[in-house]
Design a protein around this ligand. Sequence first.
Ligand code: F6R
Length: 635
Amino acid sequence: MCGIVGYVGERAALPILLGSLQRIEYRGYDSCGILVQDNASGEVHLYKGLEPIASLIQNLDVSQFPGTIGIGHTRWATHGIPSKRNAHPHMDCKGEIAVVHNGIIENFQSLKDRFLSSCQFRSETDTEVIPHLIEKALMKAMKAHTHHKDFSPLSYSYSHSHSQSLTADEWLLKEAIRESLSYLAGSYAIIVAVKGFDGLIAARKESPLIIGLGDRENFIASDVPAVLEQTNRVIYLEEGDLAVVKKDRIYIENGAVEVTGRRGASMIPWTIEDAEKGGYEHFMLKEIHEEPKAIIDTLRGYLTEDGINLGIEIRSNIKILMVACGTSYYAALCGKYIIEHLAGIPVRVELASEFNYSDFVLGDDVTVIAITQSGETADTLTALKKAKRFGCRTVAITNVLGSSATRIADDTIYIRAGPEIGVAATKSFIAQLIILYLLGFYLAMKPEHEFEEWIEELKRMPQLAQMVLDDADAEIRQYARYLAGFEDVFFVGRGVNLPVAFEGALKLKEISYIHAEGYAAGELKHGPFALLTQDTPVVAILSGGSDGDSSIYEKTLGNIKEIKARGAPVIVITVKSDDEVEKYVDAVIHVPDTRDIFSPIPTTVALHLLAYWTARTRGCEIDKPRNLAKSVTVE
Ligand code: F6R
């Protein structure tokens, strides 16, 4: 969710680091920081700020930041608001070990409490435990090998080397970092700079990290675009890799085994613009492909071995009102089905724009949950303020730390989808659903074991989303080419998949400019049937396939037959095990089987792909549809 960069070479590090950071600023930015090390003078120069990188490029000067080694960070806050204090790099107590980090350390609080209570923490971040852990591990290692009492990195002598490729100093340092990393639960890509050390150490677990290869210089970054201006020769570090990177030498190990020779360099054929999109044609497609990762990151931290911990207390005997707009409103509607199904608590859902200027009456016993990806949607913010005037407790579910919604609401639950650049919400919708499942389990207040199987199934959602991306994409493209020839499309569904049908229609209309309407499958006969012809295809979501209510399946199948009888072409989305429906319809998109309540996850991935490929066939401006904006900050 953050961008990290490192440089070690013979040129001034500052302009290279800032240039690299600017290249990945598009990934989301709320603050940044750089550290440049001047090993000639032994000085370390640090800057943290909230201004855009462009203004740092204008205002920071190499004369104030001399040095040929450095690290940098653009932050997309997950723990602690965007502020100078929370900006990376984070340091150990003595200010000699600096770390930039992309990822989430799940157990940072328990590490602080158990091992690091004597350390002075300066930020609210999860990251800050890393330099403190390294400091401790290094002190321990030094004590074991020398009689130094005071910690001063690399100021010891250590007689025999443990590796052909590393000096004794490098070996000790890398061992200390490896030991520190072994305490971390969660995900990380990190770059570590240590005062007096003429290289950098990088490591990754579940977060990407690359090394760009130069001539007597090397670059480290979380993303390829960060280094492309300097080099197109790149080593992709693999899961569990730890690398010691010097200007003229690189050592890589995995576990305790050296793998340097096995990590070949790749030539990157992309332009910088291609690379920003990770090689995808559009941010939207990249973000659809990030849906499995958005699920993993959202589950992480909230679903722990000890159960579900959303970081807030909500009583189970409450009344819930959800307010939201657009795609987030459809997530809220799914949330109603989910919470009522799992917890048996009634949930009311209102469009924020309607709630604000109508005579709705709320008691102060209602908890109002505002769902907003950006945290800045004006209608939703007004709804939150109105709820507060009623004396209601307010909770924001959002993707953006420190956004206005988080400042207005009493409590916040973050969805952790990572920055979303395409105007159409995709991975943020999926991540919102994941929070709503967790909320449903949480509110059910049943002993964990009663939900064990359900929670195990929830954990399979990243895998199911990935299966749709891998297995269904080709057939979805084919049907998208077909849909692209029409001007009106209906989407129908029932139960928890009714809001998913709304979402499918919204996505199609906003990026392909095809008129699309989402309808309850049982409602078409009450009017819209008049519109059905061979020119109005219907995309039908067939719920209830795997374990669900078979009457929902039967009723929806009945509706599908009625639609077919009126001459409209029908494309059905159903589970793989369903071999019945294909007898009655024109095309079937198969998604993996799961419990019916979870079916919105694979189904949504399929619908997002369908909208994307249809718009692409029609040659539309996908990432920036006409007349739309990512954050709608007017009512
Ligand atoms: C559609 C879309 C919009 C947003 C809506 C609310 O793809 O992105 O409908 O969902 O503008 O935005 P947030 O969630 O930021 O409040």
